[in-house]
Ligand binder design. Structure first.
Ligand SMILES: Nc1ncnc2c1ncn2[C@@H]1O[C@H](COP(=O)(O)OP(=O)(O)OP(=O)(O)O)[C@@H](O)[C@H]1O
Ligand SMILES: [Mg+2]
Length: 320
């Protein structure tokens, strides 16, 4: 396994990101990190903590999507012994554990709404009560939140409070997808290979077309997927690390859809435009082919034929 969790990169996008980390780190401003899955949001959050004056204090990470609303209060603020059935000992909660350090609220837009209210309150007051507690606890934490969703869209969908968004997004940081910083692909791949060689005491090298294969893929799983691909290829290799043609190399980027609008550049070949409209509509209707066909004004049979053609050409669909 590759252990590196340091922030690496040498593309213009990575430099911009590194600059944002350096600027944000010494302040106590809340940071909101936005980026697709696997782009390195947690790496960025840790880099900010490690460069801040809190670096010797705790970094506590909480996955907000995994907190159940009924236990959320206790999870965040702790509880006193006997405050509810099952509370056999008192616990501290994430805020208590992160005191003087950094609290990383991952997947913030997935936090239950009732908990968002409580979170906002503690962010505004700098103090809280534990469940069953009578004593107000003062807390000093630096908040870094992250999401792989568009937070404004989550506000519009009423799943994320706008006041919490504004409170958290004092310093928003966007982590670009790997396909938007292509020159990082060979760079990171080589760094990952170097690390594996060092760990295993080997001297494996990339096969001549390996970096080309890596660069021509669109990496929907971003750096995590790149890391796993290099590791897998390394394990399979004797001396030369070969990258097999990645199955979706021929796959186009997913259509660029936002708020039900599809963005297509002027000059897009008609068959690509048609494919994008069909895929985006199918996705919009959650894979329902009958509704998709109706919306597109074609018969279900025509839609099936088109999808079959796309499949034969090597395009894959998120839907069955
Ligand atoms: N800039 C980077 N340099 C080196 N490794 C990186 C970098 N960014 C990400 N990684 C590695 O890629 C993997 C995914 O990173 P991370 O967990 O931070 O992503 P994430 O955006 O939080 O993903 P998710 O949304 O799925 O939680 C990790 O193994 C991490 O070490
Ligand atoms: Mg993460």
């Amino acid at each position: 396994m590759i252990k590196t969790s340091r922030f690496l990169g040498h593309s213009a996008g990575a430099f911009r990101l590194a600059r944002a980390i350096v600027k944000a780190a010494p302040t106590s401003a809340s940071v909101l990190i936005i980026g697709e899955s696997g782009t390195g949001k947690e790496v960025v959050a840790r880099a900010i903590h490690d460069r801040s004056s809190r670096r010797k204090q705790p970094f506590v990470a909480v996955n907000c999507g995994a907190i159940s609303p009924s236990l959320a209060e206790s999870e965040l603020f702790g509880h006193e012994k006997g405050s509810f059935t099952g509370a056999v000992t008192s616990t501290e909660g994430c805020f208590g554990r992160a005191h003087m350090g950094t609290l990383f609220l991952d997947e913030i837009t997935e936090m239950p709404l009732s908990v968002q209210v409580q979170l906002l309150r503690v962010l505004e007051n700098g103090s809280y009560f534990s469940v069953g507690g009578t004593e107000q606890k003062k807390v000093n934490v630096r908040i870094i939140a992250a999401t792989n969703r568009d937070p404004k869209a989550a506000v519009q969908a009423h799943t994320f409070r706008s006041d919490l968004l504004y409170r958290l997004a004092v310093f928003p940081v966007r982590v670009p997808a790997l396909r938007e910083r292509k020159s990082d692909i060979p760079y990171l791949a080589q760094r990952f290979l170097n690390e594996l060689n060092e760990q295993e005491g080997t001297k494996k090298v990339f096969a001549p077309d390996a970096l080309f294969q890596l660069e021509s893929y669109h990496w929907p799983g971003n750096i995590r997927e790149l890391k796993n691909t290099v590791t897998r290829a390394f394990i399979l290799a004797d001396d030369e690390v070969e990258i097999p043609q990645l199955s979706a190399n021929v796959q186009p980027r997913l259509p660029d859809v936002k708020h039900g609008l599809l963005k297509i550049s002027v000059g897009t070949p008609l068959d690509s435009a048609q494919r994008a409209v069909i895929m985006a509509t199918l996705d919009y209707y959650g894979g329902d082919k009958r509704r998709t066909a109706m919306a597109l004004g074609i018969s279900p049979k025509t839609l099936y034929n088109r999808l079959e053609e796309f499949r034969k050409q090597g395009y894959m669909f998120k839907v069955a």
